[in-house]
Design a protein around this ligand. Sequence first.
Ligand SMILES: C[S@@+](CC[C@H](N)C(=O)[O-])C[C@H]1O[C@@H](n2cnc3c(N)ncnc32)[C@H](O)[C@@H]1O
Length: 340
Amino acid sequence: MKRIRTPKFSKPVFTCGEGVRFATPEVVASYRAGRLKTGVLADISCGIGGQTVCFAEECDKVYGVDIDGERLECARRNAGVYGVDNITFIEGDALSPQVVEQIADADIIFSDPARPATEDVRQTDSLRPGIPMVLEAYRDVTDSFAFEAPPQMPPGRIDFDCEREYLSVDGQLNRLTLYFGPLKGCERAAVVLKGDMYYRLKSGVAEPAGVVETDEPLGYAFEPDPAVVKAGLLGELADVLDSHVELVRIDAKRSLLTSDTLLDSPFFKHKYRVLDRVPFDCAKVNRSLMGYGIGKAVIRFSVAPEMYWDVRNRIEDGLVGESTAHLYELSGEIHILEKI
Ligand SMILES: C[S@@+](CC[C@H](N)C(=O)[O-])C[C@H]1O[C@@H](n2cnc3c(N)ncnc32)[C@H](O)[C@@H]1O
């Protein structure tokens, strides 16, 4: 066991093995604790306690359970670091009747289960403890459950009657939380955490409407936050923007919303002015960038790793200027978008 400083936590925390790597960052843990504030909450796979200490700041009483005694000891010490004294720690298998019995007064069962280090396709049934087993083991305790699941999983692959909440931190997809029973507030949600603020977008239907698609970006383009994209809530985003927007599907992973007006939203990761489009030719891209006084280019299209620096150097050759352009490929052309 050691005590380390990490950007995940505001205080140096105790950790062992890969404990800190799998721990919930404090900013996410605080948001989730606010949402799950209750009388008695049990975190039944608490690890080094990153999430548990934040629950303890919001709830009257918290249980921290883990099958790994060393991690549980880290969690106990981290409770001291965070100055909370309302956590009862239990070492054991969360699925065993002995543990279930000890936490029978819990209003909410929360689990951030262990998952295999790598998996070709993320599955809910490779989680430990498994979600169906936890629902079954605690069915006489409560019907309010929340689980963390791999955020790479699309909403359609989660075969439970629950809310699927995708969360991003500073524009990066970070967590997926599933809320069951009375905790379920909708079918799908996207939460964007920016500094101390959070913004939430939701849909009450399992298959939300999409957005009209186009191959022609209008005057402005907006990169939607990855939590919104992953939750499949681009239609909801278009609705709240209250302005005509269309969708440019760049490739399987990337999409942009586009409009004739400059819009603003916490659900945008980047905003762009659409400058130009040129054939896929580095010299032509470079000439266009120079003409617009762009100083730096960010390549947002696929380039073979061994070609990357050659392409980048040819595109940025001789550029001077303060502004940055993002370059997207669409139908064999490079679209030059100036970052606003
Ligand atoms: C992803 S970590 C939890 C991290 C935690 N949220 C944090 O912030 O530190 C998953 C934990 O589940 C524990 N675990 C796996 N199976 C378990 C079981 N059957 N009962 C209790 N804990 C279990 C592992 O030991 C591991 O510490």
